[in-house]
Design a protein around this ligand. Structure first.
Ligand code: NAP
Length: 234
């Protein structure tokens, strides 16, 4: 492997975020595992430690700019650069709700985490990528955000991921000359708290496409929407 990368992951105390932290740490990268709840995050750090994987920890709530700024300052002071950002934190509040009657506040809260969260995090940490001349940003999206496959219900969750996909393309275009790749990844339907026990994929398989996008070579794609490393319809 080239020199280890510095990787920041949001919502990494459980589910796909924790599995992404595990896989990146196993590859020898320096992971900064973050969570909105400190004790949950410390438990995740201990779990990885018991597997022989040491990671750095920061409390980061993507709804709280102060915690994002404090994480950025920590990374700047300790590492001087950031190479990988996995915008993984997400919520799915309007499960099953019809768009005609969905609570507006629920839609706003969903956008705050799923769309504005990655926006805030990217805006804060991008200078740490740009100054290093390297960056891999993975926006953990969903097939439910694809306009090609919308169907009814779950307006807040679906539209927040569609907006995240649009932001992926816009940002990728802005930084294409900085060796920073910005891609959206659908993990498929994965057995996590969000996906439920009946989901078709295990954590390892769900995270593999995220790892692929987080470790792309310099000639890899940017501004795309992928599952398992294959382009999918927007
Ligand atoms: P999960 O098990 O429910 O985990 C979600 C994570 O996001 C948790 O760590 C949660 O922290 C964190 N989070 C929520 N709000 C946050 C905030 N304001 N700030 C920081 N962290 C916050 O879900 P998952 O299945 O691993 O999902 C991870 C990502 O994959 C999400 O973006 C989701 O939309 C996407 N995805 C999942 C599936 C699936 O089938 N599982 C399918 C498509 C896309 P707490 O523990 O504090 O709540």
């Amino acid at each position: 492997m080239d020199k280890p990368k510095i990787a920041l992951i949001t919502g990494a105390n459980r589910g796909l975020g924790l599995e992404t932290a595990r896989q990146l740490a196993r590859m020898g990268h320096q992971v900064i595992l973050t969570s909105r709840n400190e004790s949950d995050g410390q438990l995740a750090v201990e779990t990885l430690d018991s597997e022989g994987l040491q990671v750095d920890y920061q409390r980061l709530d993507v709804s709280e700019i102060a915690s994002i700024e404090s994480t950025k300052d920590h990374i700047a002071g300790k590492y001087g650069r950031l190479d990988i950002l996995v915008n993984n934190a997400g919520i799915y509040l309007d499960r099953g709700s019809p768009a005609l009657t969905v609570d507006e506040d629920m839609v706003k809260r969903t956008f705050d985490v799923n769309f504005y969260g990655p926006l805030r995090t990217c805006q804060a940490v991008f200078p740490l990528m740009q100054s290093g001349g390297y960056g891999r940003v993975v926006n953990v999206s969903s097939g439910m955000g694809a306009l090609a496959d919308m169907g009814g219900r779950m307006l807040g969750y679906k539209a927040s991921k569609t907006a995240l996909n649009a932001r992926t393309r816009i940002l990728a275009g802005e930084v294409k000359d900085d060796n920073i790749k910005v891609n959206a990844v659908s993990p498929g339907w994965v057995r996590t708290d969000m996906g439920g026990a009946g989901a078709s994929r295990n954590l390892e398989d769900g995270a593999s496409g995220i790892i692929w996008a987080a470790t792309l070579p310099d000639d890899g794609p940017t501004g795309g929407f992928f599952r398992d490393g294959e382009a999918i319809d927007w």
